[in-house]
Design a protein around this ligand. Sequence first.
Ligand SMILES: Nc1ncnc2c1ncn2[C@@H]1O[C@H](COP(=O)(O)OP(=O)(O)OP(=O)(O)O)[C@@H](O)[C@H]1O
Ligand SMILES: [Mg+2]
Length: 345
Amino acid sequence: MREQNETEAAGGGAADTEAENANGRQGQDSSDNIIEVRGLVKRYGTFTAVNGVHFQVKKGEVFGLLGPNGAGKTTTMEMIEGLRQPDEGSAVVAGYDTRTDLKKVKEVIGVQLQSTSLFELLKVKEITKMYASFYDHSVPIEPLLESMILSEKINDRVKNLSGGQKQRLAIALALVNDPQVVFLDEPTTGLDPQARRTLWDIILAMKEQGKTVVLSTHYMDEAHILCDRICLMDRGEVIALDTPRNLVRSLESESAVEFRIPEQEQWDEERKRRTLEQFQTISGVRLAECRKDSYVLYTDHLQSTLTEFVQKTEALRVAFADLQTRTATLEDVFIHMTGRSLREE
Ligand SMILES: Nc1ncnc2c1ncn2[C@@H]1O[C@H](COP(=O)(O)OP(=O)(O)OP(=O)(O)O)[C@@H](O)[C@H]1O
Ligand SMILES: [Mg+2]
């Protein structure tokens, strides 16, 4: 797993060309790369926030940076955008190196920052016009705001917009120069489910128009639905890079069986380990893991695993609770690789 992903992160193509993505598009060859990130490093004093990140983004794809708080997603994006100076490494966007051609890079990218402070007293139309005036080339404003479902708000002040509307305005501002590459840093954080879904549709529409989207998120469902490929980041490093489907497939299991054993709280480590070993022998189980307060069995034969699981717990004389089965997810991949949850601080 790690080997394969490192190959791809370094530009190897086997996984690329084979992989169909979540939206059914075939992988393109490496000459279609619009972003080349080579060995980016960012240090703050003795702390290394980004530690030698390599990847390529293909033209027209939605590329996700997925990782927990502090993984280095924003820092990585800001180095590619030319907003933050790397200590080592380089980023090339549409053929322009951020170190030598920053002005050109800015012409071809659009950026929605993680925390955009908009001018609250301006009207939606005024702020959009102001942003458009920063560029030699900009798109017509009214159709842009219409595409962000903001037509009715065009004469409202920014301070009167809802959270979702503000976020859509921030994206409109990122698109005002008709960029080839759009960077969205956690565009849906803090939004309600309906507002999130509206934004998902907007992001997929950008892709339809041929734009490349680089998106950071710590929502694995969002990454799975939107992204053609996902770069899983943890502690400043790329730990895996592939299509969502291939990442989940790396667990070699379609289903997860999750349950608690209430008496486990009183068990010592040895007892936990022995019980886990027993679960590992159940038919169909590819992987058994003991988490903080639950067990997870990954299986490719759900029915036989469940039957044997019940027999096994009876034989071991342990009572289980809160049994549930579900499809394996990117969250499972992350926990398997790091031992931690995407949602943990
Ligand atoms: N200006 C700075 N000075 C010192 N440390 C910083 C600075 N900016 C970021 N860091 C640290 O670098 C690490 C990576 O931060 P970054 O913002 O890139 O993470 P992130 O993956 O975007 O997290 P989040 O999901 O919370 O947005 C964090 O530990 C953060 O505290
Ligand atoms: Mg961030």
